[in-house]
Design a protein around this ligand. Structure first.
Ligand code: DX5
Ligand code: ZN
Length: 217
């Protein structure tokens, strides 16, 4: 089996010592940098915006994996393109014209991703799956770090892996929410390619070592 890609979620970093935490991540075995953008409308929380994202980009050696938990994400394709993010992931539940948004993200030179909430059937991704580079299965309800893993997400990842095969898609399967060494191992077994982890990494005594341990799962 291929090693999983690890995308540490910066949401659990110390925002007053962001430079220090970015240096730790730059030197670690992580593959991507997961950044959660929240608007207080699509989810009941607000995280960070473009000025912060711009500074992160300047100091990050890892490609940016941006998870937008906002309404009307298509409004900000240009901003993310200019900052230079790799993956721009929008929520299925936030886009009426999802196919158009995905096309626009690709035209802007970024890799389109689609995230799906725990209550939305995986089958809803069937027709968009061949068009995207990443499918993000939420294993918590989005909005906060440190929430408990929803076990049913394992079944959903298996279903998505099957759907990927059926549709001939190459999309990477990313999982986000309550991922630690235990749930991460289960998710890889179910078919996840990318593990996002926030609190499990940043609350570990040695975050860099935790990333290495996840990488070795
Ligand atoms: C939640 C975010 C996650 C969050 C994960 O809405 O999408 O990326 O940071 O945090 P943990 O790993 O602590 O569940
Ligand atoms: Zn996220």
């Amino acid at each position: 089996m291929m090693k999983p890609l690890i995308s540490p979620s910066l949401l659990s970093a110390d925002f007053a010592h962001l430079g220090r935490d970015l240096e730790m991540l730059n030197a670690s075995a992580s593959d991507l940098m997961h950044i959660d953008v929240m608007d207080g409308v699509f989810v009941p929380n607000i995280s960070l915006g473009f000025p912060v994202l711009k500074s992160i980009k300047k100091h990050s050696k890892k490609p940016l994996d941006v998870h937008l938990m906002i309404v009307q994400p298509e409004k900000f394709i240009r901003e993310l393109q200019e900052i230079g993010v790799k993956y721009m992931t929008v929520h299925y539940e936030a886009c009426v014209h999802l196919h158009r948004v995905v096309q626009q993200i690709r035209e802007a030179g970024m890799s389109p991703g689609v995230a799906i909430n725990p209550a939305t059937p995986i089958s809803m991704l069937k027709d968009i799956l061949p068009e995207i580079d990443l499918a993000l299965v939420m294993s918590v309800n989005p909005g906060f770090g440190g929430q408990a893993f929803i076990p049913h997400a394992l079944q959903r990842v298996k279903e998505l892996k099957e759907l990927r095969l059926q549709t001939g898609s190459n999309a990477l399967i990313e999982v986000d929410g309550g991922i630690n060494l235990h749930t991460g191992a289960q998710m890889i077994e179910a078919g996840a390619d990318i593990l996002v982890a926030g609190s499990a990494i940043f609350s570990a005594p040695n975050p860099s070592q935790m990333i290495q341990e996840m990488k070795n799962l």
